[in-house]
Design a protein around this ligand. Structure first.
Ligand SMILES: *Cc1c(COP(=O)(O)O)cnc(C)c1O
Length: 416
């Protein structure tokens, strides 16, 4: 207990003991451990395609977001090295000072073109892009309507903005409509993941776009898991739903998933981008991504557009996995994409399944609350064009020897 010098002098007030912040944090961590929900860091010693070396063992990974297998593509690596040789590693500054390089500008142009938007703006991370958009567009008194299963940073961004955050049950158009019509007086943004990061299903984008038109609300789609994977030339879930800039005025996606790089962008009208440059604090007050990363990402965009065999291969692997897992009696979620979670419900059952797979040389992460709703723990299995059929068969073989707990049942549309 600390006592202020003033109190000692006057000797009148006994200060209430001030809680120690680090002690409190340690108590919360211990509680998490007690509930078997402790998060643990693992160090990967080496990555080669879908193979990871950990603790001297080589494991086949089914948990990366490198859906198109581009993270180690020789052309990306060559572009990265060339620009690092010429320009150095760091961008040395924020975009608005002297960090905005020709590589960033070229990438922004390619991203705007790919997504069919007027302009695009790079952010150093997807998390920051979502915070920046929501904080720039929304203010106290506004309403932000979001799917309950949206990514954490969309929820955080809305909270930070000061707007009223209302969450509707997963993919429930009626629920979203009720929340919008309850606040007809307020400026409104409806934000949704395009492909849900933990369930893998696609948002009802066309219905949401129609709803937003009817309600004069602005629609924002976070397509972190759709870009590169869905739609013609991989232009994403919004493009696949045939929705243009007027339907989805705010489109965000990341470069760290299917594109195998790092960073993110927001695409939309010239007005939107100019406004973000003025007001998005996570854009203004942070160092621009390294130009070498931007140049590797530009190569990734070109490959994602032109090498459609990557998407075709991925789709074939997904079908092979789904039909195999189905035959084994696993409850699959309604996902058409690279994210193919297996539901276990109970956190311990999901952990046991992950360690069973690891004994068989496979790495798939157990995702537990609070990342997913309580009672919906799962193995988040992801497939990649870097896998081949024998890898999927190896996974199915290991799953076959896993005794299904009684709790492993369908969590269709995951509880909210
Ligand atoms: C990964 C992810 C983000 C965050 O992107 P980063 O670039 O990793 O910060 C945002 N939204 C969704 C849906 C994501 O899956």
């Amino acid at each position: 207990m600390r006592t202020s010098s003033k109190q000692v002098q006057t000797n009148v007030v006994i200060a209430p003991s001030r809680p120690d912040l680090l002690d409190r944090l340690a108590v919360r961590t211990a509680e998490r451990e007690g509930a078997r929900l402790l998060r643990k860091l693992r160090t990967i010693d080496h990555a080669q395609g879908p193979w990871l070396e950990i603790d001297g063992r080589r494991l086949l990974s089914f948990c990366s977001n490198d859906y198109l297998g581009l993270a180690q593509h020789p052309q990306l690596i060559a572009a990265f090295k060339r620009v690092a040789d010429d320009e150095g590693v760091g961008s040395t500054s924020a975009h608005l000072i002297c960090g905005h390089r020709a590589e960033h500008a070229a990438l922004e142009e390619a991203l705007a073109d790919w997504t069919g938007r007027e302009r695009a703006l790079l952010f150093s991370a997807g998390y920051m892009a979502n915070l920046g958009v929501l904080q720039s567009l929304l203010a106290r008194g506004d309403v932000c309507v979001q799917d309950k299963l949206n990514h954490a940073c969309l929820l955080d961004g809305a909270q930070w903005s000061g707007a009223e955050l209302k969450r509707y049950p997963h993919a429930d158009i009626e629920g979203a409509a009720r929340q919008l019509s309850a606040r007809r007086d307020a400026a409104a943004l409806l934000a949704t993941d395009g492909v849900f990061s933990m369930d893998g299903d696609i948002a009802p984008l066309r219905e949401l776009a129609a709803l937003c038109k009817r309600e004069d609300a602005t629609l924002m789609v976070d397509d972190a898991h759709g870009l590169g994977v869905l739609g013609e030339r991989g232009a994403g879930s919004v493009h696949a739903a045939n929705l243009g800039q007027s339907d989805v005025p705010v489109l965000m996606a990341t470069l760290g998933k299917a594109l195998g790089c790092f960073g993110a962008f927001v695409a939309g009208s010239n007005e939107l981008i100019e406004g973000l440059i003025q007001f998005a604090r996570p854009y203004i007050y942070t160092t621009a991504m390294p130009p070498a990363v931007a140049s590797a990402a530009l190569v990734a965009v070109n490959l994602a557009q032109t090498e459609s065999w990557r998407r075709e291969k991925l789709v074939a692997l997904i079908e092979r996995f789904r039909s195999g897992a189905n035959q084994l009696g696993f409850a699959l979620m309604p996902s058409v994409g690279a994210i193919q979670p297996l539901a276990f419900g109970d956190a311990q059952a999901a952990l046991d399944a992950a360690s069973h797979l690891e004994k068989h040389g496979l790495l798939a992460t157990a995702i537990r609350p609070p990342t997913v709703p309580s009672g919906s723990a799962r193995l988040r299995i992801t497939l990649s064009a870097a896998h081949d059929e024998s890898h999927v068969d190896q996974l199915l073989g290991a799953l076959e020897t896993l005794r299904l707990p009684a709790a492993a049942q369908a969590i269709s549309g995951a509880p909210v």
